[in-house]
Design a protein around this ligand. Sequence first.
Ligand code: FAD
Length: 413
Amino acid sequence: MITSDTEVAIIGGGAAGIAAGRHLSAAGIGCLIIEARPRLGGRAWTVDASGFGIDLGCGWLHSADRNPWTQVAEAQGRTIDRSPPPWDKPALEPGFPVAEQREFRAALHALYERVGVAAQQAQDVPMASLLEPGSRWNALLGSIGTYISGGELDHVSALDFDNYADTGVNWRVREGYGTTIAAHAQPVPVALACPVHRIDHGGRRVRIETAKGVVTADRVIVTLPTTVLAEMQDLFAPALPGKTQAAADLPLGLADKLFLSLENAEEFEPDSRLFGRTDRATATYQLRPLGRPMIECYFGGRNAWELEAGGENAFVDFALGELTGLLGHDFAKRVKPITMHPWGADPFARGSYSYALPGKVASRAALAAPVDERLFFAGEACSTHDFSTAHGGFITGVTAAEQVIAVRQRATA
Ligand SMILES: Cc1cc2nc3c(=O)[nH]c(=O)nc-3n(C[C@H](O)[C@H](O)[C@H](O)COP(=O)(O)OP(=O)(O)OC[C@H]3O[C@@H](n4cnc5c(N)ncnc54)[C@H](O)[C@@H]3O)c2cc1C
C-alpha cells in the first residue's frame, strides 16, 4: 500500500510531473507523485550502456538558452556540452553529395516559408499539402518531418508546426538528460510502480485508484501522455469526454533510437551525420555522438511503427542495410547493437512526442484547462509553443502547480 492521503496528487513522474512536484514542495504544499513505472523520468530516460549514459528518450536541451532544465543540470553540477548539433552542419557525402544537400536545404527552407504563410490563413491544412508536387525531395522532407514531429506530414497540422518556438540553441548533458530530470524529483515523495486506473472526482475529495491502493487528495495534476489519456476512456469518473477528445486530437508520433557500437570510430568526425537514403522513408545516423564510439540511429513515423512490429532485429537489419549501402559491405563487421527502446509499444508512453492533427491546434489549450478548480493538466502536449519537448513538460508542470497555488490561496483568503 502507498501513502493514502495527500493534498495534491500528481499523476505521472515525467518532466512535467517532476517540475510540478518540485514547485509545490518549494511552496510548502504536500504532494505525491504517482508513477506507473518502477523509475522516474517517463520519456526522459538515461541508461548505462558500454560505459556511457545513453539517452533513449530526450537527449537535446532544445532552446537551451531559455530551457529551465539547463539551469537544473548546472545546479546539479552536470557537464553541458555546447558543441553544435549535427543538423547545423552538412551531412557526410556518401549517398548525398554536397551540391544535392544544398538543393535539399533550399527545398526545406521553402517548405518552412510556405508553412509560415499557411499559418496566417483562416483554414489550417496538413503539412503534406504544402509539399511541392513531384519534388524529388519530398521523401526526405517527409522523413525529416517524422524526426521532428513523429507523425507523417499528411497527419500533422501546419499551424501547430508553425507555432513551435525554437531559439536554435541546442545543447546536451553529458551525464544524460534523463538522469538530470529524474534527479530533480529528489525531495518530492514518490510512489513508483503504481499505475493509476481511475480518478473519481465526484465526491468531496478526489479518489485515485491505483494498483497499490486508493489515494485521496484535494487536488490532482494529471500529466499522462496524450495517447495513454485517450486510450483510458474510463480514467475519469464522472467522465471528461472533452479531455479524452483533446488528447486524441494530439496523438504521440513515434521516434525511436537504436545505438550501435562502432569500431575504429576515429575515422569519422564527432557528431557527424549520414542520411540512409534520400528517395524513400529513411533513418538518420549520428556518428560518434558526444565523441563516443557509437552510432545513434534515429527512426521516425510510419517507418518506426513498422520496424517496431518486427522487434529490435528489424531496426538493426534496417540500419545495417542502409549503412552498408553507403559505406560498403564490410562496415557491418564494425558495428554491434548496444540498446534501444520501442516507445510505441511502451504501455506508459504509446509514442514519443505529440503533434496536432490538422484543425486541432486549440486542443492544446483545451487539454491544459483545469476542471472545477480540482483537476489540473500538464505535460508537453499542453504547451502551445514548446510542445514535444522536455522543457515544454517542465513549463506546463510549473504552470499547473501555480494554478493549484492560486486556487488554494483563493480558498483560504
Ligand atoms: C526517442 C525520443 C527522443 C526525444 N528527443 C527529445 C529531445 O531531444 N529534446 C526534448 O526536449 N524532448 C525530446 N523528446 C520528448 C520528451 O522526452 C518528452 O516531450 C518529455 O519527456 C515529456 O514529458 P512529460 O512529463 O510531458 O511526459 P512523460 O515523460 O511521458 O511523463 C508521463 C508519466 O506518466 C506515467 N504514466 C503513464 N501512464 C500512467 C498511469 N496509468 N499511472 C501513473 N503514471 C502513468 C509515465 O510512465 C510517465 O512517467 C524525445 C522523446 C523520445 C521518445
